[in-house]
Design a protein. Structure first.
Length: 444
């Protein structure tokens, strides 16, 4: 798929037979292999297989997968589920036979019809279980966090997600992973953005208000200039085209030209007032205030506030390219200076994330290394880095704004420490800092 992506070879459907059976495929999809988006495959079972819990085991597919991973630190394939379901059938047959005699147990197995999370266990005339396959599709691109796991899309009664057809183009997927039109539009098949109402620009990151005002003023100014330059005969033709009588009087022409002249005077007056207002408003102190407002809006990821600040800077003569470069520079500087909130490190949210990503109850930072920070599997592996504009960013850049601000303290620790050890040490330190709140401490 990487080669297909490099060649921009687009297809309606991409089927990779046997891929859903492999644990490494499932793990790579789960941790961000975006070129696998929307791949199709068939399998007797996957962990997202819907349906009721098993009659004997009492477990759903997801519960079985969770307990399997807790025991073996591996994602179960359909073979693991099949073997477990077989033991469920054998165990129930032994209980029904109330004996360990092989003939009596075999008779119960021959007659069994057991509904398990794996499917219906019923042996046919050949002594085999005929298990229908399900169609599985890999999840699509997401800008934040894990992509998830392959989902069942057919049959409908056991599906866990809708079937996506046709497969998005490589350019479309690339658009989604790089910026996703900043949430203000949809990525198109050509890799561009179709902006929602109120936004424009190649990435839907510009408010439409300024664009519309400039477009209207330019259009109207052009119309008036054209009207002023027209001859009396041309104006008469214009009157005829707009429904006026053929015998339009010279007075009509004079009135139309007079209107155009007064309109031009009004527009010139407005332009003069705007220039004077701009000169008064755009003193250095105001610009500094606007730049502070822009920096604060960027730190909060408040796109509306960013747009307002850029609009006011545009009124002061700052070009869109200049303010765009300024926003990128602010994001870069803030990323380089950011620290992680102590309140986040002490939260249940962080602990649950560490346990889920590592599969360990109390992981060391070595065990968090790959699943948190690595280039391929790290949490920021699919995000655009605000420092260099490339794919792959630091973990701190993936956090909500309230959990990442300018560093206030430097923390050094050993990777062999367990998460619980670090959290307890931080809690102990915080208790000695009178008047200091966890929300005000950001660790570098």
């Amino acid at each position: 798929t990487e080669i297909m992506e490099e060649l921009r070879f687009d297809v309606y459907v991409l089927i990779c037979a046997g891929s859903a059976f492999k644990a490494d495929f499932v793990e790579e999809v789960k941790f961000g292999w975006w070129q696998s988006s929307y791949i199709l495959d068939g399998a007797p079972w996957v962990e997202t297989h819907g349906g009721a819990p098993g009659e004997y085991s009492g477990m759903s597919s997801e519960e079985f997968a969770r307990r399997y991973y807790a025991a073996w630190r591996a994602t179960p394939t359909y073979r693991a589920a099949a073997q477990f379901a077989a033991f469920c059938a054998l165990s129930q047959s032994i209980e029904l036979a109330a004996s360990l005699d092989s003939q009596e147990v075999a008779q119960q197995l021959h007659n069994i019809s057991l509904q398990e999370f794996y499917g219906t266990i019923r042996f046919g005339l050949t002594g085999l279980v005929n298990m229908p396959y399900v169609t599985v599709q890999a999840p699509g691109v997401e800008r934040r966090g894990l992509r998830g796991k392959p989902q069942v899309v057919y049959p409908a009664q056991t599906s866990s997600a809708p079937f996506v057809f046709p497969k998005p183009t490589w350019k479309q997927l690339s658009c989604r992973i790089k910026h996703a039109c900043f949430g203000n539009g949809q990525c198109t098949v050509s890799g561009g953005c179709e902006c929602d109402k109120g936004w424009f620009g190649t990435k839907c990151d510009e408010p439409e208000t300024v664009h519309e005002l400039l477009s209207i003023s330019q259009n109207e100014s052009g119309k008036i200039q054209k009207l002023l330059s027209m001859s009396n005969e041309s104006i008469q033709e214009l009157l005829l085209m707009t429904g006026a009588e053929e015998s339009a009087e010279p007075e009509d022409v004079i009135e139309l030209r007079t209107f155009a002249i007064w309109a031009a005077i009004v527009m010139a007056s407005i332009s003069l007032v705007m220039c004077l207002w701009r000169g008064c408003r755009c003193r250095s102190r105001l610009v500094v205030t606007l730049l502070d407002m822009l920096a604060e809006a960027v730190s909060r990821e408040d796109h509306d506030a960013i747009a307002r600040a850029r609009l006011r800077l545009a009124i002061c003569g700052w070009s869109r390219q200049t303010t765009g470069s300024l926003v990128r520079g602010i994001r870069q500087r803030q990323s380089e200076e950011s620290g992680i909130s102590l309140s986040y490190l002490l939260s249940d949210q962080f602990l649950e994330l560490a346990q889920r990503r590592s599969g360990v109850e109390d992981p060391t930072f070595y065990e968090l290394g790959d699943v948190f920070f690595s280039k391929d599997q790290g949490i920021g592996a699919l995000d655009v880095c605000p420092r260099d504009g490339r794919i792959g960013c630091a973990f701190v850049d993936t956090l909500p704004p309230k959990y990442r601000k300018a560093s206030t303290h430097f923390l050094s620790w050993a990777w062999s420490y367990k998460v619980s050890t670090v959290r307890e040490a931080l809690e102990s330190w915080l208790s000695t800092q009178e008047g200091t709140r966890a929300e005000d401490v950001f660790l570098f």
